[in-house]
Each structure stands twice: as structure tokens, then as C-alpha cells.
Design a protein around this ligand. Structure first.
Ligand code: COS
Length: 414
């Protein structure tokens, strides 16, 4: 029945409304469960993360203690199915968790995002039963997970990776050699979803991403070591490092899906986790905005709080509007992800990239405006806005630069 027929029917059945006939309404409210999760995570962020966030940023200390306390909330297994010890939740709730963590501590938020999104979810989606049984309960218990795709010469151009895998003579192991870069959680992770090219695969050297294979690598494997830790502008409490694979022995059972089928797995993982980074960017915007709003109420100039000066009002209005727009895109992309996996909906690549593109740019813009509202104080470490500003920048770079997001969106459109 098309729209005109529906209207006609409505007129005929006088008392029936169009709504009653279609039975659908666009609902922007959150469920009670989503509200509860928001409150729970906000409580954790304010009581556990907030007191140490500045010192960890200053000293580049990973939030290991805080992670242990976070495990008590039981949210580390939200992308792990129940039969493997997880506690699954809906995808909007997953974004709410990341948003609330980032509102206080964007470094902790990305640690969580990579663990649940890039590591757990990839194994849950693409791993076989034996791999799921072996790894998911450990990850759901709280062993930290990571994901390793990039290399020094293969960031945006991920298919250009040079890390090599070769089957051992007895056929029991792959021998991995090379160096991976920009690995979030790299120094802490015990379980890493890592990509390398099988040099004997028929497509190796033929197709650009030919031979790319996804492996589950444990940090305890022979030939695995952690390399240089990066000294970064922002998200300084999140560890980012290189991983060195020197004849690293990975059992053949740890190949995810099939040899040579890794590139789509890598891309699919990014479709999922780009929504997480968008949620992180949203949390950064929210945190910076709240600081600016509070300051604008308290600070007086020319005889009244600066919040009542029109130019500051305009800044605050624009910040709030852009944050709301980011939130809508993040929740919509989260919903589209859930539709894709649970109801066979279309792939959510475009929605994920749009959310990350907009929310990332907004985080940068809002945090810069927040500094402007605070003036000289905003430029000091006395207030968190300079940290939010430094942390915001990476959301325009990692898990696909803003340029990559535009490529993904344009490809979907064209
Ligand atoms: N889901 C599943 N499969 C996908 C996919 C997706 N979202 N996107 C692409 N693929 C598949 C394609 O279907 C193709 O498979 P076949 O060769 O079997 O047909 C394969 O992956 C290659 O796709 P494509 O030709 O699009 O690859 P490109 O090399 O042109 O890559 C971009 C395109 C730039 C989009 C990709 O390299 C990218 O996302 N780069 C950024 C990587 C990134 O975000 N790095 C940060 C990681 S954090 S360490």
C-alpha cells in the first residue's frame, strides 16, 4: 500500500489515524536500560577515572588499575555472546558506554573501544567455535584485547602491509615476520587480532591485498615482542606502540576464517569500531562543552556572567547543536549496525563513516571553542579543556582518517 492509498484509507476509516495504520513512530527517547547504563558508567567515570585522569595524561600512564576496577561493572564482555561468558547489550548502549567514558577520560574510552569493538567483536563474528571457546571467555573476564593492522608504510593504504606469514615446514604453525605500528593497548594486550600476508597464497602479489590473513596472536607466543611506545600529543594515557614479530610462531588453528580472507575482516572490524570512535568523539565534545558552560556561568565580565554575553551565547548554542547532531549520527549508526547483524539490514559502512567524520570534526571544533570560552585559563592545565582539545585531534586520524571516511561514504553513494 502506498502513501496515497493509506491517506485515502484514513479518510474512509474516520477514527483511525495514519499512525495507527502504519504502527510506527520515530522514537528518540532512550530505554530505561540505556539510561541505567549511562548512569552506571557516569558514576564509574566520575568516581574512578576522574581523580587520576590528569596525572595519567601527564605521565602517560596506562589505566591498568582503573581497568581492574572497571571489571567489577561487568561491561567488558558486551560484544561477547552469553555462551562464552559475555553480557551482550544493544549497540546504542555500547556507544553510550564509550561516550560516557570519553566525557571524562578519552584514553580509557579508546582502550575499551578497541577491546570490545576491534578485538572481541571480530572474534565473535568471524572466529570458529573452537577459537570462540578458547578466547572469548578470557576477553570477557577482562584480559585486554587489541587489533593490529597498520604498519609504518601502511596506514590509510592498509592493503600495502608488508608483514609476512609463512607456513612452517611441518604445517603446524605460521611464522610471522614484520613490524606493526599504532597498536592501541599494545603493551597490555594478551590477545591480538593481527593481520599479515601469507606469501604462498595464490593471490599474494597478484591482488593488492592478496594473501592478507587475520590471526589471533597471543602476547606470550614465541617471537612476539612489544617495541617502541609512542609519545603522543593526546590520549596520552592510552598506550600506543609497535609490535615486533620475529619468527613469531602462530598455530594454524589461530587463522580466523581462511588464509587470504583477512582484508574484508579488517574492513568489517573498522566499520564496527568507527562507530566507537565517533562515540568517543561525542563524549569529548560533551565533556568540553560542560566545562565551558560551567565556566561561562561562573566567570563574570563587564558586570555579568559571560554566559549572558551574546557572543558566548552564540558559541554555546552552536556547540550544543553540533553535539546533538553528532549524537543522532552516532546512535543512528549504532542502530544500523544492529540491524545489519540481527535483521539482515544493509551494511553500515556509510553510517559508521558519517558518524565518525561528523563527530570527529565536532570534537575538534567544540574543544577549540571551549578553550576560547575559558580564554587564558582554557589554555592551561588548570582546566580539562586543553586536554580534550589534544585528545580530540586523534579522532580525525585513527581508525581511518577523515579523508578515508569520505572515500567510504562516496563509494557507498556512487
Ligand atoms: N566490509 C567488508 N569487506 C570490505 C569492506 C567492508 N567495509 N570494504 C572493502 N571490503 C573488501 C572489498 O569487497 C574487497 O574484497 P575483494 O577483493 O574480495 O572483492 C577488499 O575488501 C578490498 O577492498 P577495496 O578495494 O575497497 O580496498 P582498498 O585498498 O581500495 O581500500 C580503503 C580502501 C581506503 C577504504 C581502506 O584501505 C581503508 O579503510 N583504509 C583505512 C584503514 C584504517 O582505517 N586504518 C586504521 C586502522 S587502526 S590500526
Amino acid at each position: 500500500m502506498d502513501f496515497v492509498e493509506l491517506l485515502f484509507l484514513c479518510k474512509r476509516i474516520k477514527k483511525a489515524s495514519l499512525l495507527a495504520l502504519t504502527g510506527r513512530v520515530m522514537d528518540f527517547t532512550q530505554t530505561d536500560e540505556q539510561e541505567m547504563i549511562r548512569e552506571l558508567v557516569r558514576d564509574f567515570a566520575e568516581t574512578v577515572l576522574s581523580p587520576t585522569v590528569e596525572a595519567r595524561d601527564e605521565n602517560q600512564t596506562a589505566p591498568s588499575e582503573e581497568w581492574l576496577q572497571f571489571l567489577e561493572y561487568g561491561l567488558q564482555g558486551v560484544t561477547v555472546p552469553e555462551e562464552y561468558g559475555g553480557s551482550p547489550i544493544d549497540d546504542v548502549s555500547e556507544s553510550i558506554i564509550i561516550e560516557e567514558l570519553a566525557r571524562v577520560d578519552p584514553s580509557f574510552a579508546v582502550m575499551y573501544c578497541v577491546h570490545v569493538g576491534l578485538c572481541c567483536k571480530t572474534i565473535a563474528l568471524h572466529g570458529n567455535d573452537e577459537q570462540k571457546e578458547r578466547y572469548l571467555p578470557r576477553l570477557a573476564e577482562g584480559e585486554v584485547g587489541a587489533y593490529s593492522l597498520s604498519e609504518a608504510g601502511a596506514g590509510t593504504d592498509a592493503a600495502a602491509m608488508t608483514c609476512k606469514a609463512k607456513l612452517s615446514d611441518d604445517g603446524t604453525h605460521y611464522i610471522l615476520n614484520g613490524e606493526k605500528m599504532w597498536v592501541t593497548n599494545g603493551t597490555q594486550a594478551k590477545i591480538i587480532v593481527l593481520f599479515a600476508k601469507d606469501v604462498d597464497h595464490p593471490e599474494y602479489g597478484v591482488k593488492k591485498h592478496g594473501g592478507t590473513t587475520a590471526f589471533i596472536v597471543e602476547s606470550s607466543f614465541e617471537g612476539f615482542s612489544v617495541g617502541k611506545k609512542e609519545d603522543k600529543l593526546g590520549i596520552r594515557s592510552s598506550d600506543t606502540c609497535t609490535l615486533i614479530l620475529q619468527d613469531c610462531k602462530v598455530p594454524v588453528e589461530n587463522v580466523i576464517k581462511q588464509v587470504g580472507k583477512g582484508f574484508p575482516i579488517a574492513m568489517n572490524a573498522l566499520d564496527n569500531s568507527r562507530i566507537g570512535i565517533a562515540a568517543q568523539a561525542l563524549g569529548i565534545s560533551q565533556g568540553a562543552f560542560e566545562s565551558a558552560l560551567k565556566y561561562a556561568h561562573e566567570r563574570e565580565a563587564f558586570g555579568k556572567p559571560i554566559a549572558h554575553h551574546q557572543m558566548i551565547m552564540a558559541y554555546l548554542s552552536d556547540m550544543a547543536t553540533r553535539i546533538d547532531a553528532s549524537r543522532l549520527l552516532v546512535y543512528k549508526a549504532s542502530w544500523a549496525k544492529q540491524q545489519h547483524y540481527e535483521n539482515g539490514g544493509p551494511r553500515h559502512s556509510k553510517e559508521a563513516s558519517m558518524a565518525k567524520l561528523y563527530a570527529g570534526d565536532t570534537a575538534m571544533w567544540v574543544s577549540e571553542r571551549a578553550i576560547q570560552v575559558l580564554g587564558g585559563y582554557g589554555y592551561t592545565k588548570e582546566f580539562p579543556v586543553e586536554r580534550f582539545f589534544r585528545d580530540a585531534k586523534i579522532t580525525q586520524i585513527y581508525e581511518g582518517t577523515q579523508e578515508v571516511q569520505r572515500i567510504v561514504i562516496a563509494r557507498a553513494l556512487l
